[in-house]
Design a protein around this ligand. Structure first.
Ligand code: F0G
Length: 451
């Protein structure tokens, strides 16, 4: 691990420690808060370690034509901005990142926004944004000689961790809430060879059990309290800026669960501005599900100064989290960028997800909160017609096929949840039809749908 170029700084008390001195639970020994990776010299205008922005932009573009595996990674392509390894031979990569930034023409038209784009992190190797963080932190685990890695998860972190651990030849331990994660994600953890434990508790309960476990055995913790995860997860910010010719969008809209991803993206944009790669920050807004909205409540009740955990309930199982670890970091990002934090209902999530499906993209329910949130921000006048808006879609639609099938069958939402949205839901449903095996029946079915 490259301790010469980076150190860990406590987000709460500012204490600085070397990366190799971090406790197994990645909490500050002084105040218990989380750490952030800091690169000495970047903030000084004349700092000797300060990378040159023009040279970096050229180098990163050149790497797209390189034949090196590391350069094919949309994380390690930007390695000058995450110098956390001693030896890049230890990097474990599945060619993550370099995900598409798709225009959303139909949603843009419906909302009256000129430029609406979706950064689809579901197009990563294991189908979620977690791959970008996992390549970074798992490579650190490998470099530090750990045999076992572990995480508590709502499903995507465990899928990513199990895959990267398998590639690296490490063993992985997964703690998931019993019966509360999508099947696609569980299947991945099993297939990649993790020891998968389904605990009779929720995600927050799994986090507690794991925190105790890593104190007892040398297990490397890969939840997002691990600050190296965030170093990988900040790189989509670089990709977005690069794709827009280094002009940052006006808004970036991100789902909020454990609140590490919004924090990581904020860090990515902040560092780019500090280094002169971009001139300003986008407004970063975080959207939660109504039944799992501790950060929204925190903003309403005390402007983000304290957070009371909630018991979380939402069908968007990826963000069914009541006690988010990185909430303080997320508050800072929202406040410093001038973004907002709001919540959306189960029906709003289901409609937005079906609309993204109808654009030919699709995503998992937790990702669709971004479009549902944008509708509210637009209606409240917080997003204007000429703004460039990027939605961060975090997971692939196949992660949670049950949710999608139930929506189209009409069995997902209860009547009392529809609340005047019956027609909108009906218009988006495309249930599979039981049809006789004859051309006549098939063509009749087709005509029935054309009008
Ligand atoms: N979207 C998806 C698809 C997720 O899997 C998660 C988190 C989030 C959004 C929220 O991101 O936690 O950084 O605010 N999934 C974690 C997991 C908790 O275990 O897979 P966050």
């Amino acid at each position: 691990m490259n301790d010469n170029l980076h150190q860990l700084r406590c987000f709460g008390c500012g204490e600085r420690i070397s990366g190799s001195d971090a406790l197994p639970n990645f909490r500050c020994a002084q105040c218990g808060d989380l750490f952030e990776v800091e690169y000495a010299g970047w903030s000084l205008r004349q700092g000797t370690n300060r990378p040159n922005p023009g040279a970096l932009k050229w180098l990163w573009r050149e790497r797209r034509c390189s034949s090196e595996a590391l350069d094919h990674s949309g994380v390690w392509r930007f390695r000058e901005l995450l110098p956390i390894l001693d030896n890049y031979g230890n990097a474990v990569t599945l060619r993550e990142g370099n995900t598409p930034l798709y225009p959303l023409p139909r949603a843009a038209r419906a909302l009256g926004i000129d430029q609406l784009l979706a950064k689809h992190q579901g197009m990563n190797p294991t189908g979620s944004f977690k791959d970008t963080g996992m390549t970074a932190a798992l490579s650190v685990a490998k470099e530090r000689g750990f045999e076992w890695v572990a995480c508590a998860s709502t499903g995507n972190t465990s899928a990513a961790m199990a895959a990267y651990a398998a590639r690296a030849g490490l063993r992985s331990l997964v703690l998931i809430p019993d019966g509360k994660i999508a099947w696609g994600k569980l299947a991945q953890a099993m297939d990649y060879g993790a020891v998968t434990c389904q605990l009779k508790t929720d995600f927050d309960g799994c986090v507690k059990v794991l925190a105790e476990s890593v104190r007892k055995e040398p297990i490397y913790l890969l939840n997002s309290v691990n600050p190296y995860r965030l170093e990988g997860q900040k790189t989509p910010a670089f990709e977005i800026a690069e794709a827009l010719d280094w002009i940052v969008p006006d808004h970036l809209i991100v789902p909020g669960g454990n609140l590490a991803n919004s924090s990581a993206l904020g860090k990515g944009f902040r560092e780019m501005r500090e280094l002169g790669l971009v001139a300003r920050l986008p407004r970063i807004s975080v959207i939660q599900a109504k039944g799992a909205n501790p950060l929204v409540r925190s903003f309403v009740e005390n402007n983000g100064s304290t957070l009371a955990p909630v018991e979380a309930h939402t069908r968007a199982s990826a963000i069914r989290i009541g006690n988010p670890a990185s909430w303080r970091k997320a508050v800072k990002v929202i406040q410093e960028t001038g973004g907002w934090c709001l919540d959306v209902s189960e029906t709003e999530i289901a409609i937005a997800k079906a609309e993204l499906g109808a654009e030919g993209l699709g995503c998992e329910p937790a990702s669709a909160v971004t479009l549902a949130g944008l509708k509210k921000l637009r209606a409240e006048g917080k997003v204007s017609a000429t703004d460039t808006v990027v939605l961060l879609l975090t997971g692939h639609t196949l992660k949670d096929a049950d949710y999608t099938i139930e929506f189209h069958r009409g069995t997902l939402l209860k009547e009392e949840e529809l609340d005047g949205n019956e027609a909108a839901v009906e218009a988006l449903r495309h249930n599979a039809l039981a049809v006789d095996a004859t051309p006549e029946a098939v063509l009749a079915a087709m005509r029935g749908h054309t009008g």
